[in-house]
Design a protein around this ligand. Structure first.
Ligand SMILES: Cc1cc2nc3c(=O)[nH]c(=O)nc-3n(C[C@H](O)[C@H](O)[C@H](O)COP(=O)(O)O)c2cc1C
Length: 435
C-alpha cells in the first residue's frame, strides 16, 4: 500500500525539536531568510512529499514563570514564529507539485479574510493550498487579541464548526464557470453563477460572495490535529488529513480506529481522512552512525525549555511545580488530547516533571526512529500494514538540511518497495491524497 508523507515546519527556530536552532548542522539565523525555506521546499519536492506545512501560534510563551523572559532567553518553541502564509506564497513560485499548508486559528481569524487568503494561495499554487485548522489554546494568544481568557474547550470547537461552514460556503460562492472574461462583449463574469451566502449564525454574519473566483481545489485541503473527543469529532466532520503524535503502534491503532469510526456520523467514509502520525527519523549508513546522530541531537536538550513550551501548549505554569515529582492526575485547559498522553506515559514510566520537560524539548513526544534507510522503511511499512496510520509527518532534527538524509536514503528505499510514489500523479494536492 502507498503511504502519504507530510513535512512539519515552524517558520522560526524550532520544530518539534526545541534544540534545532542549536544543532551544529543548522544554519543559525537562516530561519529569517527566504533561502532557508526555498531549500527545504525543493528538497521535499525532490522527495515527492505530498505536502509541507507550517504549525503556528500567535504569541510568544508567557505562561512559564508568568513572563516571556524564559522562552525568549532560551529559544523555546514559541520564541519566533513568522507568518507562514507569505512564505507559502514565495514557495509556490519555486515549486510546482508539493502541497503547501499553513496553520490559521478559527478563534483569532474571521472567515471572510481567511477564505480569501487560502483561495489566493490555491490560485497562485495551481491547487496546492492546505489549511491546518487550530482553535488556539493559550493565554498568551488571548492576551494578544483582547480576550480576557481563552474560550472554553467546547466553545472553541463550536466556533470552529461554524467557521468551517462559512468558509466552505464562501469557497463555493463562485460556480466553476462563472468567470467569463468575454473581452468583446465586456462580460466579466456571470452573476447568476455567483451567489451571496447570507450566513447568520451564533458567531458570524457574512453576506458574501467571496471576491475571488473559484480556485482549482475550490477550498484548501483541511488538516486538523485535535485529539480530544470533541477534537476528533471535528476532524471526522471536516478534516482530509489528520496529524497526530502517538508514541507506539498500539496507541496509533487506537487513535486511527477511533477517529475513522467517527466518520459515518458525519456522512463520510473512513478513507476520506488520511491519518498521518509524526516521527523524527535519524538515518545512518549503519545503525551506529544513526545512533550517533540521535545522541548528538538529544545531548543538547534542556528540560526547562521543554517545560516552557509545555506551559504554553497546556496553558499551565509548570514553573510552579516541583521538578523531581510526578505530575499525578493534573488536569489542563490546553491541548487535552496531548496532555492525557503525557499523563499516561508518566504513570507507565514513572517520570518526574524534569523527565517530561526533557521529553518535550526533545520532540514533543514524537517518536525518534533510528536506523539505516532499510530499518526505517521496515518500521514505516510495519506501521502502515498494522493499521497504525495512512502515512507520516516527518519532523526534522536540524534545518535546512534536516530532510536530506530522509529524501536521499529512505524515500528511494520506500519507492523500491512500491510503498511510495515515484512521481506526482494528479494535478492538485487533493488528488495526491486520493491515490
Ligand atoms: C499534534 C498536534 C499539533 C498541533 N499543532 C498546533 C499548532 O500548530 N498551533 C496551534 O495553535 N495548535 C496546535 N494544536 C492544537 C490543536 O489544534 C487543538 O486546538 C488543541 O489540541 C485543542 O484541542 P484538543 O483538546 O481537541 O486536542 C496541535 C495539537 C496537536 C495534538
Amino acid at each position: 500500500m502507498q503511504m502519504h508523507l507530510a513535512a512539519f515546519l515552524i517558520a522560526g527556530n524550532a520544530a518539534h525539536s526545541q534544540v534545532l536552532w542549536r544543532h551544529p548542522a543548522s544554519q543559525s539565523g537562516g530561519f529569517l531568510k527566504l533561502d532557508y525555506y526555498t531549500n527545504i521546499a525543493r528538497t521535499l519536492e525532490r522527495g515527492k512529499f505530498d505536502l509541507l506545512f507550517f504549525a503556528d501560534r500567535l504569541a510568544i510563551s508567557t505562561r512559564f514563570g508568568g513572563d516571556h523572559r524564559y522562552g525568549v532567553a532560551h529559544g523555546d518553541q514559541d520564541a519566533t514564529r513568522m507568518d507562514p502564509l507569505p512564505i507559502l506564497g514565495a514557495l509556490a513560485a519555486v515549486t510546482s507539485h508539493i502541497g503547501l499548508g499553513a496553520t490559521r486559528s478559527t478563534t483569532y481569524s474571521q472567515p471572510y479574510s481567511l477564505a480569501r487568503e487560502f483561495s489566493t494561495l490555491d490560485h497562485l499554487s495551481d491547487g496546492r493550498a492546505s489549511w491546518n485548522v487550530v482553535t488556539s489554546v493559550n493565554q498568551g494568544e488571548a492576551d494578544n487579541f483582547g480576550l480576557r481568557e481563552t474560550l472554553g474547550h467546547d466553545a472553541r470547537y463550536d466556533r470552529a464548526d461554524e467557521f468551517l461552514e462559512v468558509t466552505h460556503k464562501l469557497w463555493g460562492s463562485w460556480g466553476e464557470d462563472a468567470l467569463l472574461l468575454e473581452v468583446n462583449s465586456g462580460r466579466y463574469a456571470d452573476p447568476d453563477l455567483v451567489s451571496a451566502i447570507d450566513h447568520q449564525g451564533a458567531h458570524f454574519t457574512v453576506r458574501g460572495p467571496l471576491n475571488i473566483p473559484a480556485s482549482p481545489q475550490r477550498g484548501p485541503v483541511i488538516i486538523q490535529a485535535g485529539s480530544s473527543h470533541r477534537g476528533q469529532d471535528f476532524a471526522a466532520r471536516w478534516a482530509e488529513v489528520v496529524f497526530t503524535i502517538q508514541p507506539d503502534l498500539a496507541r496509533m491503532q487506537r487513535f486511527y480506529n477511533d477517529l475513522k469510526s467517527r466518520t459515518p456520523k458525519f456522512g463520510r467514509a473512513p478513507q476520506d481522512i488520511k491519518v498521518l502520525t509524526a516521527i523524527m527519523p535519524f538515518v545512518g549508513e549503519t545503525i551506529g552512525e544513526a545512533e550517533e546522530k540521535r545522541a548528538q541531537h538529544n545531548a543538547l536538550v534542556d528540560p526547562i525549555v521543554g517545560l516552557s513550551t509545555l506551559s504554553s501548549h497546556m496553558n499551565v505554569d509548570f514553573s510552579a511545580y516541583p521538578l523531581d515529582a510526578p505530575i499525578g492526575d493534573l488536569q489542563v485547559a490546553g491541548m487535552q488530547g496531548l496532555f492525557s498522553l503525557i499523563r499516561e506515559i508518566s504513570a507507565e514510566q514513572k517520570l518526574t516533571l524534569a523527565d517530561i520537560g526533557r521529553l518535550y524539548a526533545t520532540g514533543v513526544l514524537v517518536p525518534q526512529i533510528v536506523g539505516t534507510a532499510s530499518d526505517i522503511a521496515d518500521w514505516m511499512g510495519h506501521i502502515i500494514a498494522e493499521g497504525g496510520a495512512d502515512g507520516f509527518v516527518i519532523t526534522p532534527a536540524h534545518l535546512p538540511d534536516g530532510f536530506d538524509d530522509f529524501v536521499d536514503q529512505v524515500i528511494p528505499e520506500l519507492q523500491r518497495r512500491g510503498q511510495f510514489r515515484l512521481e506526482y500523479e494528479g494535478a492538485t494536492l487533493r488528488s495526491y491524497l486520493k491515490n
